[in-house]
Design a protein around this ligand. Structure first.
Ligand SMILES: C[S@@+](CC[C@H](N)C(=O)[O-])C[C@H]1O[C@@H](n2cnc3c(N)ncnc32)[C@H](O)[C@@H]1O
Length: 246
């Protein structure tokens, strides 16, 4: 049981007037800057945020999308006591505990309890067990290439036919993690999806290639040898190095 002294320590260290736990990083501002990507989501649907942290973006999803149901999926304490991402303001220089991050989310979502469900688990487990469909997913969790690619493949099973998969940290430059960008690009190469948006503030949006784009149906695409011949023609009879269909 938590001792009275521990409780005092926990709350005495918090800057006055700030939302539950102190914030060294401008999370709210950072979340607001990304809100435009929610314009790709239809209002009133059922969705999920994978990677919730302290619920700053969850608040924006609730406000902008007005979902009938929103699943907030994050392992929080299953991840360990702390995030251990290094000495950065994002996690209060690693002082913020995973429990505190969860508590912040609970506080932020208090007014929306009826339609918001916190799931303390890994997105992979959620995807495996979810038995319905989602109109949207906001992906902002591991950021590693393999994890992101595997999650995108798992989301394919539960995304509604007109659903969208949006997310954070689509950066192609090596100054940032480029795992998300590479995974999204490889996913749309292998699955019948298309990128609707990618760029500003690292946001991206992909969806299934819609049926009404008849012209682009696989059976209407030019045969492989035509593409190969065009590639040869364009490159003076040599196969260009970047040509992948060999
Ligand atoms: C960058 S933060 C999310 C920020 C939040 N989306 C926002 O905009 O305010 C990343 C979060 O992903 C969570 N996470 C890491 N691996 C995960 C996984 N496999 N499934 C779900 N969440 C995961 C971490 O616990 C952390 O809270």
């Amino acid at each position: 049981m938590m001792k009275l002294y521990d409780l005092f320590q926990r709350y005495a260290s918090k800057p006055k007037g700030q939302y539950p736990h102190g914030e060294a990083f401008p999370h709210e501002h950072h979340a607001n800057e990304r809100s435009f990507i929610l314009n790709f989501v239809k209002k009133g649907g059922v969705g999920a945020e994978f990677g919730v942290f302290r619920g700053h973006f969850s608040e924006i999803i609730v406000r902008v999308v007005e979902p009938t149901k929103l699943y907030l999926v994050d392992p929080w304490t299953k991840y360990g006591e702390r995030f251990n991402w290094g000495d950065m303001p994002f996690t209060e220089f690693n002082k913020l505990t995973t429990l505190e991050a969860k508590e912040d989310t609970e506080r932020r979502m208090q007014a929306h309890r009826g339609r918001v469900e916190l799931i303390e688990d890994f997105e992979e487990e959620f995807c495996k067990s979810f038995q319905s469909t989602l109109d949207f997913v906001y992906l902002d969790s591991s950021h590693f290439y393999i994890n992101t690619l595997r999650t995108l493949i798992m989301v394919d099973r539960i995304l509604a036919s007109d659903g969208v998969l949006i997310g954070d940290d689509w950066y192609w430059d090596t100054d940032h993690f480029s795992g998300v960008c590479r995974a999204v690009n490889d996913f749309v190469r292998c699955f019948d999806y298309e990128i609707c948006y990618a760029g500003h503030k690292g946001q991206f949006c992909i969806r299934r290639t819609p049926e009404w784009t008849h012209e682009y149906h696989p059976e209407r695409r030019p045969p492989f040898h035509d593409i190969r011949n065009w590639a040869l023609e364009a490159n003076g009879g040599q196969i260009p190095q970047s040509f992948m269909l060999t």
